[in-house]
Write a protein that binds this ligand. Sequence first.
Ligand code: 0X9
Ligand code: CA
Ligand code: CA
Ligand code: ZN
Length: 411
Amino acid sequence: MIRMLSLLLLFTLGFTTAQAGIDAPHHSLIRVFGKNITQEKMLLHDDMLDVMPQDGQPGVLIAALPGDFAYLQNRGYRWDVIHQDLEDFYARRGRDGNSLDLMGGFKTNVEINAAMDTIHMQHPTITTAKFVIGQTLEGNNIYAMKISDNPDIDENEIELFYNSLIHAREPGAMEVLFLFMNYLTDQYGTNQSVTDLVDNREFYFVPCINVDGYLYNQSTNPNGGGMWRKNRRNNGGSFGVDLNRNFGFNWGYDNNGSSPTPAAETYRGSGPFSEPETQVIRNFVESRNFVVAMNYHTYSNLVLYPWGTQAYQGGVTPENDVFALMADSIQHYIQQVNGAVYTIGPPWQVLYNVNGDCNDWSYGEQGTKPRIFPFTTEVGGASDGFWPAQNRISAARKRICPRICLSRVMP
Ligand code: 0X9
Ligand code: CA
Ligand code: CA
Ligand code: ZN
């Protein structure tokens, strides 16, 4: 009877939560075909559509909102429906049987902060407590923590920056950061190479940059599957700036690597560093001496390095050889641990043109700080999507090695 009552209570609570959630229209994952290849390829640069990572098959994968179908039809496109309700598909597989997990088993923002506290509590001699590096637009704290020996002393050791969830719908990237944090702290003292790294490096982690966007996804889709990407800036008529187009290096270089249209998924904002979240990252990075930055995203099994766009210097940095060598070793170690062959290269070559992103600013801005060697790792394959099944979360554990090896190739 008590069991029945608690079930009833859970049901009621669940119901209440669902009622309280904000409504956001769901997307359909569709594969769109044009009248010809040229018309089909135009979709890849269409600001009005949420173009998904492509899977190498014919057609263009798009996350379509109800209003997009007429738009496509009027232009003579046809399409196959892969998932009628993408958010629902994600949330169902995230439920993992009968579990009542929030956010498809991915950490909520509260759990992210609690997990940082736990790591520090369990490993107080090699970690700092989490600390606030600034606030989001809506006033939420953005947290960082450090892993190193003598954590409270700023030692003369190579500093490394790891971050995730600049895009609110990419929680798999955040789980990878935690697997790595756990790996470093749990293996310290037993695993010699981990011990050496923790003793001789200063690792800084910011697991959730876009707190507002992530909380928004939780409010619209408490069980996971939310498709919100940008921050929650009210643009007047639409919401959100793509934080990964808002950085102040080559900001708005052209309309191919970012969008001037507020409603677009890659809207760059009203000016360079117009958003509090990118200002916080800029100030934090400028306050330290990072040598390497690892920007974690999902998905499509890629390791990307600058430049983001072919339009700038032909897309090739003066130190392309260094980037290529480092990316090559990252690729090698990823393949060695999980068999997946990540594609390496600059985004314009293996993905699409990007400008004003964190990667290009990290390397390109050499006035306010020294140059950093940054990489954007797109974790997970086409079938993982933005909200992978729960058993794939721990599978990501296998991908921790490259980050260790990466810091080994540094001077
Ligand atoms: O578009 C992006 O911001 C990243 N892809 S995602 O699907 N996660 O949105 C790629 C950014 C890559 N930029 C550079 N390597 N410069
Ligand atoms: Ca140290
Ligand atoms: Ca230092
Ligand atoms: Zn991303």
